[in-house]
Design a binder for this molecule. Structure first.
Ligand SMILES: Cc1cc2nc3c(=O)[nH]c(=O)nc-3n(C[C@H](O)[C@H](O)[C@H](O)COP(=O)(O)OP(=O)(O)OC[C@H]3O[C@@H](n4cnc5c(N)ncnc54)[C@H](O)[C@@H]3O)c2cc1C
Length: 410
């Protein structure tokens, strides 16, 4: 249980944090009055962690050096599973006023393949709107929000916020891809990291699709999320910073056609995305969540869902005083999106493969549907791969040889 519920003044007020460690790295909740959980970073992950911890009775302070509205280049798509995780935190993103997508569609040149989600639909929600919703819920449940604030991370795990030294029971790093907390706590021994770059622009348009659409080309991918009845978010993702959004567009003739009458409504905004796995995400009284704790490439559309699920797992682990269970769960949660990211990055790396894979998938659309069901956690990925790979491989072989009509009789 958390200290807030232990309020009697007689409780060991002087109890040292350091005394609360167990040799194996587990932490017992200390009895220190006024001690609390400090969360560095008030993005989706930091706010989600505050909501999950508050549900368990903890008192949380979120410290961010920015001030809302905080915008970020993002595909702005919440898959059905992301919406479920968010609902567990008390935040509901409805379809009203937002974009709706019923599945995913891949395009390359004249090839395309699509599938519907097995259950529910995704929503496209402007990043600033999502942030606003998370902030409102955090305020409602009594999270202390400190925007525009400076946090200094000093030696011996000492922390200063706006020039005031602060005691804390837990310090959670939710400060994004380039996490300062991760470096400070020396959790940055990375197993693997692969960076790509994203640029985002919104358009007003006559909506032509009910899908989140991903257009593949040699230079990268353009992906489209409906974020309103007449608004889309377009993201260009690429391995190279040298390929610019407008310049890249020439490789997506179908999209040029679709956007012919669309009106850009903002300037380009860029951000890096990474597929990164960390060896350590928590130790002692410091833990990481969200992109700070490792991330999956933006093309998966699963970054936010992962942050929300991690937050719930972190709160469970802190509540039961077993932080090592968070480390295990975090790895487990990251496994599926990381595998999907790796599959997509393989296609990204080998453009020749893209055409053949899309051709093969368009011949076996049920395989694409099962992969999508696995992606949103409805089917086991290893099982899907075991049953679908042979069909896909055969189809892939056919597409390498030519169309079925062109296959010579054996
Ligand atoms: C191009 C692109 C497209 C994406 N598309 C999607 C998508 O469609 N769907 C999806 O689910 N995910 C998507 N993602 C991933 C998603 O955006 C991230 O997973 C998500 O933003 C992670 O949230 P976070 O809170 O961990 O980090 P962030 O959103 O980066 O928030 C970090 C916060 O920490 C604060 N901060 C940083 N350093 C400090 C400091 N030293 N002190 C105080 N505060 C600090 C920042 O101001 C910020 O508010 C995309 C990512 C990119 C780059």
């Amino acid at each position: 249980m958390f200290c807030r519920q232990w309020d009697p003044a007689s409780v060991l007020n002087w109890f040292c944090f350091s005394g609360s460690y167990l040799a194996n790295g587990c932490l017992m909740m200390s009895n220190k009055r006024n001690s609390e959980i400090i969360i560095v970073g008030g993005g989706p992950a930091g706010l989600a962690a505050a909501l999950a911890l508050t549900q368990k009775g903890a008192r949380c302070t979120v410290v961010d050096h920015a001030k809302p509205p905080v915008d970020k280049a993002c595909g702005e798509g919440l898959m059905p599973d992301s919406r479920l995780a968010l609902a567990r935190l008390g935040v509901s993103i409805t379809e009203q006023g937002n974009g709706v997508f019923t599945g995913i569609k891949f395009n390359r040149g004249k090839l395309s393949v699509e599938a519907s989600f097995p259950h529910g639909s995704g929503v496209g929600v402007r990043r600033t709107l999502l942030h606003d919703k998370l902030i409102s819920q955090a305020e409602k449940v009594g999270v202390n929000l400190m925007w525009n604030s400076r946090i200094k991370l000093l030696e011996n795990e000492k922390v200063v916020i706006n020039n005031e030294p602060i005691d804390y029971e837990w310090l959670i790093g939710a400060d994004g891809l380039n996490s300062a907390v991760r470096k400070w706590a020396s959790f940055d021994a990375e197993e693997k990291v692969c960076y790509r770059y994203g640029a985002r622009r919104h358009y007003r348009v006559n909506l032509w699709t009910e899908r989140m659409e991903i257009y593949w080309a040699d230079c990268g991918q353009m992906y489209i999320t409906p974020v309103g009845a007449t608004e889309i978010c377009v993201i260009f993702l690429s391995r190279s910073l040298d390929v610019r959004f407008d310049q890249a567009m020439s490789q997506f003739p179908l999209l040029i056609e679709r956007l012919a009458k669309a009106v850009p409504i903002d300037n380009l905004k860029g951000a890096a995305t990474a597929t990164r796995q960390l060896k350590i995400v928590a130790k002692g009284r410091i833990a990481l969540v969200g992109d700070a704790a490792g991330s999956v490439d933006a093309i998966t559309g699963e970054g936010l869902a992962l942050s929300f699920r991690q937050s719930i797992a972190l709160a469970d682990a802190i509540e039961c005083g077993d932080i090592s269970s968070y480390c295990r769960k975090q790895k487990e949660l990251a496994l599926l999106p990381t595998r999907m990211a790796n599959l997509m990055l393989l296609l990204d790396r080998y453009p020749n493969l893209q055409e053949k894979a899309l051709d093969a998938l368009s011949r076996t659309p049920e395989t694409f549907g099962k992969l999508l069901a696995s992606h949103v956690g409805h089917k086991s990925l290893p099982l899907t791969l075991a049953t679908e790979v042979p069909k896909f491989a055969w189809s892939f072989l056919l597409s390498s040889v030519g169309s079925p009509n062109e296959i010579p009789a054996i």
